[in-house]
Design a protein around this ligand. Structure first.
Ligand SMILES: [Mg+2]
Length: 246
């Protein structure tokens, strides 16, 4: 016996919401590092991205620290020989309401998806300290049964432990997200059904049904696993989930 018919894991950034990082956190943090170090903004942005990538790829490293932007930016500042006064956690808290937004009719879609026998669970690679203030500010928190972040079970989406016991509690697990690696490849390895909402869709796939899009999508060589379905809009999700349950 399982507790639920379906557990729907839903990614946050780029899937249902836009967080304050691009709009305010990076401009403030990188602006301060540029002023102090004399390096270009692009060079500093690249250093931050490279440090984040290296930490995620280090299997011996701490998955939580790999997504800790306060620790990452402090490390980059130290490498530049300067000391950062801006704090990412504070900036996110301050600007969560003013510089974030919901995407693609997400609140209506989430309300439509809620049904007896279904669990709606946030599955985000962002730490709770950056994501929960934004979810709260956007009024989305109460639409979910749980929020999974790397700090919940000490893992990233590539680690099965990230998802805790939710997959066993349901007959089927669905992952909805925008990134191929985190939302298709890794959850596919955990045996989930994969509802991918890529940033851009080839126009000839648009008129097709989401399952047919996934069959015809021109996957790159580093995209070895096909999605179950490809979404052009979140609004396709409620009918698609009902179909997959049928
Ligand atoms: Mg995302």
């Amino acid at each position: 016996m399982t507790d639920f018919e379906t557990v729907i894991f839903i990614d946050l950034d780029g899937t249902i919401m836009i967080n304050p990082f691009e709009r305010v956190v990076w401009p403030v943090v990188i602006g301060e590092l540029v002023a102090q170090s004399g390096q270009s903004a692009d060079a500093i942005y690249d250093m931050i991205a490279a440090e984040n990538r290296a930490r995620q790829d280090d299997d011996a490293g701490d998955p939580v620290l790999s997504m800790d932007w306060d620790d990452i930016t402090a490390t980059v500042a130290q490498r530049l020989g300067v000391r950062l006064t801006a704090n990412v956690t504070d900036l996110v808290r301050t600007h969560a309401a003013s510089h974030s937004s919901v995407m693609d009719h997400a609140p209506e879609v989430l309300r439509d998806l809620r049904a007896p026998g279904r669990a709606l669970v946030v599955a985000t690679k962002g730490l709770a300290k950056y994501q929960v203030p934004v979810l709260d500010a956007l009024g989305l928190t109460s639409l979910f049964d749980a929020v999974l972040t790397p700090d919940t079970h000490g893992g990233l989406k590539k680690h099965r432990r990230f998802f805790g016991d939710w997959p066993q509690r349901a007959r089927r697990a669905l992952m909805v997200g925008d990134r191929y690696d985190d939302d298709v490849l890794y959850p596919g390895r955990h045996g989930f059904l994969l509802l991918w909402k890529p940033e851009a869709l080839p126009p000839d796939l648009l008129p097709l049904d989401p399952l047919e899009r996934a069959r015809r999508y021109p996957y790159a060589t580093d995209q070895p696993l096909p999605a179950t379905a490809i979404l052009a809009s979140l609004r396709e999700l409620p009918a698609l989930v009902t179909r997959l349950e049928g």
